[in-house]
Structures are given as C-alpha cells and as structure tokens.
Design a protein around this ligand. Sequence first.
Ligand SMILES: [Zn+2]
Ligand SMILES: [Zn+2]
Ligand SMILES: [Zn+2]
Length: 494
Amino acid sequence: MSNDSPGRKRSFTNWLKPKKSRQTLRKRGAESLMSASTTTLASVHTSYYRPSYEHEPVPPLPIAPLQAHREKYRDATSRIDTQLGENRDYTAILHALSLQETFDANDVRRTGRDNRPPGDKAIASLSWQLWRCITDYLDPKSTVCLALASRTLYRRLGRRPFTMLELPENYGYKIEFLNLLDVYLPHHLLCFPCGKYHRRTQEGQEKLQSARVLNPLFACPNERNMVRRPPRHRIAHGRNIPFAFVQLTTRAHRFSPRYGIPADSLGRRWKHDEWTLATRYYVHEGRLLMRVISQRFAPCGLPPSGKRLLLYSRDDYWPFFSACAHWRDGELMNVCKCALDHVPVPRDTGGLQGIEGKFKDAIRPGTRSDNSFGIPSQCSRCQPMRRCPFCPTEYQIEIKLAEDRRDPRAVSFRHALVVTRWSDLGDGSTPSLSQEWAACNGETDEYDSFKRLGKRAISGIFESAFTHDTIPGRRIISMNPDNKRGGEKRNDWY
Ligand SMILES: [Zn+2]
Ligand SMILES: [Zn+2]
Ligand SMILES: [Zn+2]
C-alpha cells in the first residue's frame, strides 16, 4: 500500500522520507553510480541528467493586448513632442544647428602670442598732465580700470583715480567697479551699504529666512543701521528676499556652485492669516525667476466690504497675496474682486425650492442644477493673465476647488482664490544695474515689460522648466491698460 493512498493517516516518520520528485532527480548515469561516494559539486553539475524538453526553445509569454499595442508603437512615439506633436529627430536637430550657427568672432580664444611690440614706452612718452586730460573724458570707473591695466599706466595716473572713486558722489561707479571683481572672490559677497566685499560667514549654508529674523551672511558694520539698509524685495507680509540671495543664486549659476547656493534652496511655504503662500525659484539665462502661489478659501456671495477684508490686511492695507510695487495702479485688485464674484452659490435646500431641486435631480440625474461643487467659469475680465507694464511680473487669478484639511476626519473640498505671481528678479549684478530688480521694487520708470519680454511670458518660461505638459495656456493682457501712475495718491485703488 503506497504512502499516498487516500485515507491513510500521514505519520511523522513519513515526513522525513525523501519526496518522490527528489527521487527522480537522483537518477544519474552509470558512471556517477560508480563514484557515488566521491560526489563533488562539479561532478553533480556535469553529470546532471537533463530531460530532453529543456533543450526546446521557450515560446514567448502571452502579453495583454494593451501592452502589445504599446510595445508596437513605442519606437514610433518615443521622439514625438507631447506639446507640438513634432518628431524630435535629434540627428536632424544637430545638423540644423551646425548649419545655422553663425560664426562669432568673440568666441574664439586668442591663444596665439601677441607679437606686437610692448606699448609701455609709448604710454610713458606722454606726460602725466596729458594722461590726466585723457581721463577727464572718462567716468571714474573706467579711469580706475585704465590705471589697473598696466604698471606704467598706474605710475602715470597715480592714486588720483582711486581717491576719486572713493568720493560719496561716485558711489554708483564704485559699486559698478566692485561688481567686476565678483569672479575673483568666491568666498566674499559685495555689501551695498558699505561698498565693500565682506567674507561670507555661512559659506554654502546660507538660508532665506523670515523678515523678522536677523540673518547676517557676513560681518557688516552697517548690519543694524536702519538708514543704510541692504536692498531687498517684498514678497508678502513678513517675507522678503534680500538682494544678497539673488547675488548668491545667480553667481552660483554664472561661475560655479561654490560661489553661492542653488536656486531650489530658496523655496518656502508658509501661512499668514488664512492665506497659504508658497514660493519657488529658478535661474533662467542668468536671471532669477520667482513664482509665488497665494491661496485662500473664499466664501460665496461676498459684499464689497467682505471682499476687501479678504484681500487687504488691516495692518498696512497691502494685499495678503504677493504683488509687485505697482499693484495699486491698474486692474489687479478689481480682477481679484471680479474672480470672487464667480464663486458658485450653493442651491437653497430649504422650503419649496429644495423640493423642486430634488425633483429636477430625480428626473434628470445626469445634469445637476446645483454646480456648487463644480469648476467655476470666469469671465473675460478675470480669466486672462495680467502683466504689469512697469515691471517683469505676471499674475494669474483663479477660483479653484481645494481640499480643506482642517478637519482630518472628513474630506471636504471648498472653493479657493488662487493668485499666482511670476516675477523676474534680475541678474543679481547690482540693484541699480539690474533693470528687472529696480523695476520690481518700483525704483525705475524706464522699464517697459511688454517691450522687453515680448511674446515669451515669464510664466511660460518658469512652468516649462518644471513641467513638460502644463504651461499656462491663457492669453496675457496688461494689468494697467490705461498706464495709470501715482499709487496711493489716487483714490480708486482700495
Ligand atoms: Zn557691509
Ligand atoms: Zn470675472
Ligand atoms: Zn509691477
């Protein structure tokens, strides 16, 4: 009677017996039986009996129809641009570049020796009085650069160019000159109140902090001097970005990472009086771009006073969300108020109207007349993106459904006002040389953003750097179509 016969109770001794399948594997050739006592790993491997079916080719596993479809078209679609549907043939692109690239004489490094005779004798042949007359036609910065060009020129021009540059009225020229030395000083940072380079005390560890925290990046005698404050740009209440951080990120991009910090490290997220704000930074073509998303849950049917309470702070009558220095001139606040009007009003559930609504839903279940949880549509006034004409700043104002996480036990969605701002904070050279920085702070009237930026939007550049597919697809119109000026002096801004 076999062990496997049904009905027989399996005893403990049977468990210790080798299995049937193991017995079949023991079948070896005659030679292996002869040398059974001296079995080694190698001999087992070589003398292992392979059944004949193992040599047969393995048929491919059947795959799902969708996977088969993807496999078939993977090669054909891998180079298709998801936005334009164009076939990005890299070979064709490289060939096009090599043909269209113009020859730039400045790119060629002059490695050959300059065989001209030294000009020192010619320079020395002119008297110092004559050289002084020549420098009278130059600005103080260029004079100092000329004096530093060679030893002979320094002897002819003397200390005068340097004392001229030190004069308080030539402060702007001095900053421009010091900015030229930036590439030679990775461990230092140019301090604008002092007009000096200071040694960085937190090299590589610099962190952007709240405006309430004194966050010195170097030991500076003017650190607490409220009259000569370092330049900074206001983001929102209690938050600003000092110019030193624009310097650090753009330097790191321009020269090498040891000159500063990466732009990603500046991103922050904070809450202020029911508003949630999040910042992100990106360096594009040597300029620091900033995006601030400000969000707040918005109730429906607000009266004008309610909208003002929601938008403006009682402390200083500035908006809670991030805005450029020109927010009072133009349509920005009116557009926000218009967007608040589009928050859907929930259906009246009491009385006869409630019964009517329920009846309508019962007879037409697909089309709910109550759209209080739908995506609201905005009008032609508040739907387009807005660009400030006086500075490189763009705004997008939306009403979105957002998750309310105040109650962790319940999942609830409410409508929120979302104001997204994109700004170009400039190349971090100096606060006056960097046109974008000066414009964002309202310190220059010469900046025309529509002329400068043209058709390429800051929002488009910024978003395309992070996402491949979702670039804001709205048209951009002026935030201030009438080119109003004056800010608080006019009485229509509130
Ligand atoms: Zn200083
Ligand atoms: Zn509207
Ligand atoms: Zn502006």
